[in-house]
Design a protein around this ligand. Sequence first.
Ligand code: FE
Length: 264
Amino acid sequence: MIDIHNHILPGIDDGATDWEQSIAMAHVAVEDGITDIVCTPHWVPGKYENTRGTVLALLDELKKRLSDNGIALRLHPGMELRLDSSLITRIQEGELLTMNDRKAYALIELPEEALPRNLEDFFWQLQLQNIKPIIGHVERNPVLRQDPIRLYRWAEMGIITQVTAASLLEEFSPEIRDFAIQIVEHRMVHVLVTDAHGLRMRTPKLSDAYKVVENILGPEGAREMTCDLPGRILMGEPVLTAEPIPMYRPSSRPSFWQRIFSLK
Ligand code: FE
């Protein structure tokens, strides 16, 4: 399995705190059946202003330490980019990293409080530069839980979205778990990731959540979300996502009587 969202690099965000923890996380990932990790430390203006240089240097050092420890895990560069008006310029200028540094896919973190009205314009602008957005942990965004139709439209537009393994295992809340399950059922989310931050919550494991996805979509669907799609993203190759199945907003779901009358 390939994990394309992971905070295994030490000391540059709220993920691994030191080399020891990074190596322990790598051990857990390999035991869980993960072969590749895209290291995606946060880039958040004013908070985690990591640059291409700092991330690549840490990545090289971790690769060396893994090989010294005999851990067979492939690491690739990346960043989790907080939505910001300067993102496109910073990517073009090479200050920020896209997935596996291929300028084909960028992992975007949305703000939780509110989503900008012109967010879809931003997705469009990014795609005009031949960079496809991948939206992190959509199930944990309260705005999207209130307005799943917006997420449905993104899926229709071919925007790739991620669901966190821990969400499917109810590590956050029953509400988040239920929404995560629903959007997997409705093919509104495409890649399963760990978003690992350490060894307690959000650990670097995919296998338990893989079983949850397998129960919903079958073995092919689970493989697609953990191997096929992330593999293509890693190589910068185009991906074709499944057609989403419409989902009603909680308040707009037709009532029993509305459905009876609509039959007439
Ligand atoms: Fe993350």
